[in-house]
Design a protein around this ligand. Structure first.
Ligand code: CA
Length: 587
C-alpha cells in the first residue's frame, strides 16, 4: 500500500479544484501540441488519453469543500501523475552546491525547491524542463563534513540544509510534479561524533559489572547497547583499526571519523529499520545505499544478505519504493548482488574514464557495436540474477571525474555520451551539472562544484566546498544554455523527452540487430508490451552513415532524433541515413 503523507494528502484536498482546472488546461495544451508534432502525434495523444482515463493517485481523496479557503496563495503547478515504475531518469543532487535560498553560500532544501521547475515542472507538454522522473539526494541528515557522509543524527535534516519541515515540503513539491525522491542511506558507518559512538567509546573499556542492573555510571560495556553497534576489538587487526579507549580499537574502513557499523548486531538492524520507517513515513520514495561493498569487508554473500534485509524492510512498507546500491567493483562481482532482490545497482561499466562509453566515444578503444552488445549482455546477466532487475547506468557521480572532462570538453562527444546513456535500459542517472557540461576532476571537492545557474545573476548561487579549486566551465550557465538550441542542456532535455515518450527505450527486451560490416552504425530493437522501437546509432564523429532494415522494421516511422552536431536523420523505405554522432529512433 502506497503511503501518502498526511500533509500532502491534505494539500491535495485543498487544491482539488485548481487541480481539475489545471488538468483540463494541460489536456488542451497536449492536444494542441500533438497536432503540431507530426510523428509524435500518436504518442502524445496516447499520453493525454492515459492521463484522462487513469487519474493520478492523488485525486483519490474526497474533495473537502470546507478546506478550500485554506488554499495557499501561490499558484500550484498541475498535479502530475507519479511514475508508474522505476525505469526512467533520475538526477543526482549535491544539495550543498545546488541552490542557496538564504544567502549563506550553502545550498539548502528551500533553494532546491526553488529550482524544481528546472528539473520537472509537472507538465509533460512543456519543453523548458529536464523532465527527470526522480531525484537522488546525497546525504541530507546532520553530519560533520560538507559532504555529509558522516552521519551524526539519522533522523534530522542537517541544519545547514534546513529543517525536517522544509524537507516535507520538498517531498510534497516533488510529488506534485510527478518526481520521486530517494535519499542516501549511509549505514556502512556513522560519524565518530554520532552519540551512539560517543556513548560506546565511554563504555567499551569498562569491564562488565556482573549485576543485573548496571552499577557503573555511564554503563559498562555489557550494559551499553551501543557497544554492540560498532566493530570493537582488543587487537589492532590492520590499518583500518583506530584506538577507541584503553586497549580497545574500532574498525573504520573509510576514515577514522567514520566508524563501521556492526551488521551482526540485532540492535543495529532494528535501528536501520527505524531509520527506513522514519523517512518512508515522511514520504520518501526509496534509498540509495552507500558503500554496500563494505558492509562486511571482502564478504560479498554477507553484503548481499544485508541488501536483502534492507530491500525487504523497504518493500514491506511500500512495494513501489525504489532502491539502488553503490557496489563499486567489477561487473563480475557487483552482478551477484542482484540476487538480494534489490531493484538496481549502479552500473560502473558505463561510467567514468574506464567505462565502455568513454572507451567508445573518447579513446576509441571500443566500437559502438561492442558497446551495445555489452549493454545487452549485461542486461541479460542482471535479469538472470533477478527477474525484476533495473539496470542503473550513469556517466559519472560525486566520486568520479565529470564526464565533460572525460569527453575532453568536446561538446559533440559530451552530447553523444548523454544520448547513449539516455537510450540505455533501466533507470539512468544524471549527475547535476553534467547536463550543462560542467567540469571537475582531481580532489573530491572539484567534482562537487556550485551548480552554474548564471554568470550574471548571483541569486541562488552557492560558494561550493571550501577546498575546491577554481574551474572555469567551458559551456556557459543554465541561463545561457537555455536560449541556445544547440546547447548541451537542450540536447539533454530532448534526450530525456524521447526517453519519456518511448517507454520501450528504458524497458524493452533488447536485441542488437545484425550489422552491415561497419561497427560505427548499429541498430538496436527494443520490445515492450508488444510494441517495438528501433534505435539506430551513428558513432562516427565525421561521416554520415546509412543502414537498411527490412521485414517488420521497414514500415516504421521516425519518432525522434538526437544529432550532436546538428543535421537531420532520415528514415525512408527501410533506409536510415544518420549524420555524424547521431541517434535515430523509429517505431
Ligand atoms: Ca543556505
Amino acid at each position: 500500500m502506497h503511503n501518502i503523507h498526511p500533509a500532502w494528502r491534505n494539500d491535495v484536498k485543498k487544491n482539488k479544484m485548481k487541480y481539475v482546472l489545471s488538468f483540463f488546461l494541460l489536456v488542451c495544451m497536449l492536444t494542441v501540441l500533438a497536432a503540431c508534432k507530426g510523428n509524435n502525434q500518436e504518442n502524445l495523444n496516447k499520453n493525454g488519453q492515459e492521463q484522462q482515463g487513469d487519474p493520478p493517485q492523488t485525486s483519490a481523496p474526497q474533495t473537502d469543500l470546507s478546506a478550500e479557503g485554506d488554499a495557499p496563495s501561490s499558484a500550484p503547478v498541475a498535479v502530475a501523475p507519479m511514475p508508474e515504475d522505476n525505469f526512467g531518469t533520475f538526477y543526482e543532487i549535491f544539495v550543498y552546491s545546488f541552490c542557496d535560498s538564504d544567502g549563506d553560500g550553502i545550498g539548502d532544501i528551500n533553494g532546491l525547491i526553488e529550482k524544481l521547475d528546472y528539473l520537472n515542472d509537472g507538465n509533460p507538454a512543456t519543453a523548458e524542463d529536464l523532465g527527470v522522473n526522480g531525484i537522488w539526494l546525497m546525504p541530507v541528515t546532520q553530519a560533520g563534513t560538507y559532504h555529509k557522509y558522516d552521519v551524526e543524527d539519522y533522523y534530522n535534516i542537517d541544519t545547514e540544509y534546513g529543517t525536517n519541515e522544509d524537507f516535507e515540503r520538498l517531498l510534497e513539491e516533488c510529488h506534485r510534479r510527478g518526481m520521486k525522491v530517494i535519499i542516501d542511506l549511509v549505514v556502512n558507518h556513522s560519524s565518530g561524533r554520532n552519540p551512539w559512538f560517543l556513548s560506546a567509546k565511554k563504555s567499551i573499556a569498562v569491564e562488565p559489572c556482573g549485576s543485573e542492573t548496571c552499577t557503573v555510571e555511564g554503563l559498562c560495556r555489557e550494559h551499553n547497547p551501543y557497544c554492540d553497534y560498532y566493530n570493537f576489538t582488543q587487537t589492532k587487526e590492520s590499518g583500518v583499526y583506530y584506538p577507541a579507549a584503553q586497549g580497545w580499537y574500532y574498525e573504520a574502513q573509510f576514515d577514522s571519523n567514520m566508524p563501521d557499523l556492526n551488521f551482526d548486531s540485532e540492535a543495529v538492524r532494528a535501528e536501520i529499520e527505524s531509520i527506513i520507517d522514519f523517512w518512508m513515513d515522511m514520504g520518501v520514495d526509496g534509498f540509495r545505499l552507500d558503500a554496500a561493498l563494505h558492509f562486511y569487508e571482502g564478504q560479498p554473500s554477507k553484503n548481499t544478505e544485508v541488501l536483502k534485509f534492507i530491500t525487504d524492510c523497504t518493500k514491506e512498507r511500500n512495494p513501489d519504493a525504489y532502491l539502488v546500491a553503490e557496489v563499486w567493483t567489477s561487473l563480475g562481482e557487483f552482478a551477484d548482488y542482484y540476487e538480494s532482490g534489490i531493484d538496481s545497482i549502479f552500473n560502473f561499466e558505463f561510467a567514468q574514464q574506464s567505462g565502455i562509453i568513454a572507451k567508445t566515444i573518447a579513446s576509441k578503444s571500443s566500437t559502438g557495436r561492442k558497446l551495445l552488445e555489452y549493454a545487452q549482455q549485461m542486461n541479460n546477466l542482471f535479469l538472470q540474477k533477478n527477474a525484476n532487475a533495473i539496470d542503473a547506468p550513469f556517466l559519472g557521480n560525486h566520486d568520479t571525474g565529470r564526464i565533460s572532462g572525460v569527453m575532453t570538453s568536446k561538446p559533440e562527444r559530451i552530447k553523444m555520451a548523454a544520448g547513449v546513456l539516455l537510450t540505455l535500459n533501466g533507470n539512468a542517472f544524471v549527475y547535476y551539472g553534467d547536463e550543462i557540461g560542467m567540469r571537475g576532476s582531481g580532489i573530491d571537492e572539484n567534482k562537487r562544484l556550485p551548480m552554474l545557474w548564471s554568470t550574471t545573476d548571483t541569486a541562488g548561487m552557492t560558494r561550493g566546498p571550501v577546498n575546491a579549486e577554481q574551474i572555469e566551465s567551458k559551456f556557459g550557465s543554465v541561463e545561457e544554455q537555455q536560449t541556445d538550441e544547440t546547447s548541451i542542456l537542450n540536447y539533454y532535455r530532448e534526450a530525456i523527452r524521447l526517453r519519456n515518450e518511448n517507454p520501450e527505450l528504458a524497458r524493452g527486451a533488447m536485441q542488437v540487430l545484425d550489422g552491415v560490416g561497419d561497427d560505427d552504425i548499429v541498430a538496436v530493437a527494443k520490445t515492450y508490451e508488444g510494441k517495438t522501437v528501433v534505435i539506430i546509432y551513428n558513432f562516427n564523429r565525421e561521416e554520415t552513415k546509412s543502414l537498411t532494415l527490412d521485414g517488420e522494421y521497414k514500415s516504421m516511422q521516425p519518432s525522434g532524433c538526437l544529432a550532436a552536431n546538428g543535421g537531420e536523420a532520415l528514415y525512408e523505405n527501410g533506409t536510415a541515413t544518420l549524420p555524424p554522432y547521431s541517434i535515430l529512433i523509429i517505431r
